[in-house]
Design a protein around this ligand. Structure first.
Ligand code: FPP
Length: 248
């Protein structure tokens, strides 16, 4: 890690990293391959980045694997992404469990095929006591949908208007109990939030790289963490007088 992070690792390593794994399609196109080959290469890369998170001591990793808008993609691609989720659970669950990864799901499960719903719930249940890394898989997830779902649940629970606080709203999010992301990484250079963690990202630091997700290596990840370590997080307040890095 960088010199900065060695000075104060507790402060500098993000507790929670969230990733928009973008650019799989363009990665495939560049190689004249079908888009699904890009998603498969992206899945391989995900395995490496999960390992790196464990190694770097990151507590929470959230990945954007399928958005509520992704249903609008060609049928073949949608089915392929469903199959990838199924395959990842079938082939990787035992290793993830051994690594101490706790799998959580963010989003609406009820719109997935019943067999896939069961697989996801089994994976969540099998890994529920693991503590090395919490892996939030945002699948059929949308930030607006999450907020609508939270409001519906609050109304069902009869919450009084005066009881609605930011803390309470957080408890109704799919991420209940998970700290807000410290760092959000977006690969492939696009500068937008794409309906990802719009409640939780209020004070997250952003890192955008032009690299396509399948090529976002452990070294590139380390660069993102080093950049994060050089940031002064002010949360709308003034600069920390003891901060030795850049105050931009
Ligand atoms: C965005 O790239 C990526 C996705 C919509 C899917 C991400 C999925 C994976 C990396 C596979 C891992 C999945 C699971 C379930 C563990 P894009 O296709 O929009 O790329 P483009 O903008 O270049 O077309």
């Amino acid at each position: 890690m960088s010199t900065t992070s060695q000075q104060d690792p507790a402060k500098q390593v993000p507790r929670h990293v969230a990733i928009i794994m973008d650019g799989n399609g363009r990665w495939a196109l560049k190689r004249r391959l079908p888009r699904l080959a890009g998603h498969k290469a992206g899945t391989e890369n995900l395995r490496r980045i999960i390992k790196a998170c464990v190694e770097f001591g990151i507590g929470y990793l959230t990945i954007y694997a399928f958005s509520t808008e992704n249903w609008g993609r060609p049928r073949e691609e949608v089915q392929g992404l469903m199959r990838i989720l199924e395959d990842v659970i079938d082939k990787e669950l035992s290793e993830l469990n051994q690594q101490g990864v706790q799998i959580r799901h963010l989003g609406r499960l009820d719109q997935l095929a019943p067999a896939l719903q069961k697989k996801v719930l089994d994976a969540v249940n099998t890994t529920r006591n693991n503590t090395q890394l919490v892996l939030n898989v945002a699948f059929n997830y949308g930030g607006r949908d999450e907020i609508v779902h939270a409001i519906q649940q609050m109304l069902i629970d009869g919450i009084k208007p005066e009881s609605v606080t930011p803390d309470l709203v957080s408890k109704y999010m799919y991420t209940a109990g998970v700290p807000d992301p410290d760092l959000i990484i977006r690969t492939s250079g696009e500068l937008r939030i794409s309906n990802f963690l719009i409640w939780q990202a209020a004070y997250s630091e952003w890192y955008v790289t032009p690299i396509f997700w399948p090529d976002f290596s452990k070294d590139e990840f380390r660069k993102a963490l080093d950049e994060y370590a050089s940031r002064d997080r002010r949360y709308g307040k003034v600069a920390d007088p003891d901060f030795e890095g850049s105050n931009v």
